[in-house]
Design a protein around this ligand. Structure first.
Ligand code: ADP
Ligand code: MG
Length: 694
């Protein structure tokens, strides 16, 4: 099926993928999942990794964990029975021998690996029972290929999706590049701040097939001038699209929330006064709320800095002006905690607070939803359930999103759409500080306030780093703390994103600790514990009826139990620093001295050691965020091209932070050229650019 070829020299972005050889509807459907719908999209679908398959490495020179192409002759091939049955095939050249190991293999495959057979393999050797071993390498029988058929360029590895192999993707991208030669990929930018690499198309061609002698290390680190050039363009495109969103939002109307008759009474009811930072941020928010267009403001504040109160003050303004306010929290536990707080604070002021959660009983929920729809409920607190379509508000004036790093763009959008023509103001709160340069770029559509001060009287959490080989001592320490009428958390972490596995690990640990500490009252909390049970446990823990709470990272955000002053975190090396800091923020909330034990599994890599050292040496979320950025450096971040909400093809917000100041400048001078802005955002963001639109 051929699409019509437009007349003369059409833009590449106008040519549908199905015009390429071998792309039918089915493949096109799969490619659409990768955000690829035109030939231009393919040309800008960039590799995230390169492999060097241009040279054969002699077996004697292989290094563990370094990928290589090898050639050799099969010396033997047998099924062996270790922990698992496998096919072990020995390969030899005149410099040495290695083993190929297959856990999945067919009889036919085995038959073809007769002694004397010559093979070429590609893979990563690891140390194994039989010396250096390749596990499931890609391989070819050399009789099937002529030996000069080695790759002539570095091999790109692309982000892909199920059913689209690398080889297939390489082929169609090469076809797309052919077309790019004949049609135009316009050079949109002049005056690039990056090193000159010739034209845009040259850079693209280079990155899709770097010549043999290209600097592999530089490419792997994303530092090649061709990558930097494109990274700059991509960051600029994102920045421009966020500015566009912001401009668009400001063309909408919002209820001006300019009255405040509850604020004073509320503040007087508190047992403390606000910090200077809380007051300043509350004022910034109040000024935005009084405007006729929607606020879109991010409040950053370290764990325990008192963001909830700042949110409460904003809610009171919404209520004072006769509108409703919605507060969305990322977990049921946190939503429940907010509900309790807001009820305590607001019910005495005659304000009606309701909760809408995913696991409410149907009848109860219907009743609450009806009150929200009628406008009887002035303050609505909930989890993701709040964004469901069935929730409609009578007059929604303000939305507050707590711990925003947990929410995607789409969720933000859905809730915002509940406003019926007039948009609600939006306040987004996060305890994960974003270094300033990054914030400018990742959140260019938001205004930003920072609560940079903790309430007085907090004692910093003292953190120690201890190897799991001294687990017994740590357990003894928990026992001792609880004897002194303190409470403790024991947090289990897992690498896999599996709730089931995580729950199992936590269960095992809870059992172990119950055996070791029979005199303690221990409870277990994880993602699979049902809500009523969860609430019962949290309440019991808050009221001091439990000594030790064994939990997964579900307790990460926001939970506030002042008497808990000891936290053990198992395998902290698996978590990001920001997440560790969040977790640790669960202790140190009362006036007692608090401790955090990072119980690591040895051996620790140098990098992990450095990261845990940062946790030991600092209690300041902002310092930790900056250090994290420093330590992680380029290499580590490779392959994880996702920072918060941004899906980047080639740029990396952290690695390319040095470009951001230039990006910002370029963006403000280009903003007035809508056609250019559209071409850039179309090129780099495709259809996703409308996500945060309204
Ligand atoms: P976070 O910023 O992590 O969301 P919270 O809003 O949960 O922090 O506040 C943490 C604790 O500090 C709460 O118990 C809260 O009542 C208390 N708090 C907030 N502001 C102040 C203040 N100005 N002085 C004393 N305590 C405060
Ligand atoms: Mg909070």
């Amino acid at each position: 099926m051929k699409a019509e070829t437009p007349a003369r020299d059409p833009l590449l972005q106008a040519i549908p993928l199905t015009q390429l050889k071998g792309i039918g509807e089915s493949l096109a459907g799969k490619l659409a999942k990768l955000g690829l719908s035109t030939v231009q999209d393919l040309v800008f679908h960039l590799p995230f990794l390169y492999q060097d398959r241009t040279r054969v490495t002699p077996l004697g020179s292989l290094r563990p964990n370094v990928e290589a192409v090898i050639e050799g002759e099969v010396r033997g091939c047998d099924v062996v029975y270790g922990k698992r049955r496998s096919l072990l095939c020995l390969l030899q050249d005149n410099t040495g021998t290695v083993a190929l190991r297959f856990y999945h293999f067919s009889n036919a495959q085995k038959q073809r690996l007769m002694p004397g057979t010559k093979l070429r393999c590609y893979g990563e050797p690891r140390r194994g029972a039989a010396g250096l071993e390749f596990y499931h390498p890609e391989y070819l029988h050399l009789d099937d290929v002529r030996s000069e058929n080695l790759e002539q360029t570095l091999t790109p590895v692309y982000p892909t999706t199920e059913g689209v192999g690398q080889q297939r993707l390489r082929n169609i991208i090469q076809q797309a590049l052919q077309l790019a030669n004949e049609h135009s990929v316009p050079e949109l930018l002049q005056n690039l701040p990056t090193e000159n690499t010739g034209g845009l198309l040259d850079a693209l061609r280079f990155l899709h097939s770097p010549p043999k002698n290209a600097p592999l290390d530089q490419l792997l680190e994303g530092q090649h001038p061709s990558q930097q050039r494109l990274a700059f363009e991509e960051l600029l495109a994102h920045h421009l699209s966020l500015l566009k969103v912001r401009a668009r939002i400001q063309t909408h109307k919002a209820w001006p929330l300019d009255k405040d008759h509850f604020g004073d009474a509320f503040l007087q009811s508190l047992p403390f006064s606000l910090t200077t930072a809380q007051l300043r941020v509350a004022t910034e928010i109040a000024e935005d709320l009084a405007k006729l267009f929607p606020m879109l403001r991010l409040v950053q504040g370290d764990v325990g800095s008192g963001k909830t109160l700042v949110a409460a003050l904003a809610v009171l303004r919404a209520v004072a002006c006769g509108t409703q306010a919605a507060l969305m929290a990322p977990t049921e536990i946190l939503a429940e905690q907010h509900r309790l707080n807001f009820c305590n604070w607001f019910v005495p002021l005659g304000i009606d607070v309701v909760a809408v959660t995913g696991r409410q009983k149907a009848a109860d929920k219907r009743e609450q939803l009806a009150r929200v729809a009628r406008g009887d409920a002035q303050v609505v607190i909930g989890t993701h359930a709040l964004i469901q379509d069935i929730v409609s508000f009578a007059k929604l004036g303000l939305i507050i999103i707590d711990e925003q790093h947990r929410f995607g763009v789409q969720q933000r959008l859905n809730l915002r759409n509940k406003g019926d023509g007039i948009l609600p103001h939006q306040l987004i709160m996060t305890a994960t500080p974003i270094p300033r340069t990054l914030a400018m770029s990742a959140y260019a559509d938001l205004d930003c306030s920072t609560i940079d001060e903790l309430p007085p009287g907090r004692t910093p959490v003292e953190t120690v780093v201890i190897s799991n080989s001294r687990r017994d001592r740590v357990i003894a320490r928990v026992s001792e703390a609880c004897r002194q009428d303190r409470q403790a958390y024991w947090v289990c972490t897992l690498i896999e994103e599996s709730e089931v596995l995580e729950a199992q690990a936590a269960e095992a640990t809870a059992e172990e600790l119950s055996l070791a500490l029979p005199h303690l009252r221990i409870a277990l909390l994880h993602g699979r514990v049902k809500t009523p049970e969860k609430e019962r446990i949290m309440t019991a823990f808050k009221q001091g009826e439990l000594d030790l709470l064994v939990a997964t990272t579900v307790i990460e955000v926001g939970v506030d139990v002042p008497k808990a002053s000891l936290m053990i975190i198992e395998n902290p090396e698996r978590l990001g620093l920001a997440q560790l800091h969040q977790l640790r923020g669960r202790v140190g909330r009362g006036s007692a001295a608090s401790h955090c034990v990072l119980l690591y599994g040895s051996p620790l890599s140098k990098l992990a050691q450095a990261r845990l050292r940062v946790m030991r040496n600092s209690n300041d979320g902002f310092v930790i965020a900056e250090k994290d950025l420093e330590i992680r450096g380029p290499g580590e971040v490779l392959g994880t091209r996702q920072t918060g909400e941004l899906q980047l093809k080639i740029a990396d917000l952290q690695r390319d932070a040095h470009l951001l100041e230039q990006v910002r400048k370029a963006a403000s001078s280009l903003q007035q050229q809508p056609e250019l802005v559209n071409a850039l955002t179309r090129r780099w963001l495709g259809h996703s650019q409308d996500y945060s639109g309204v």
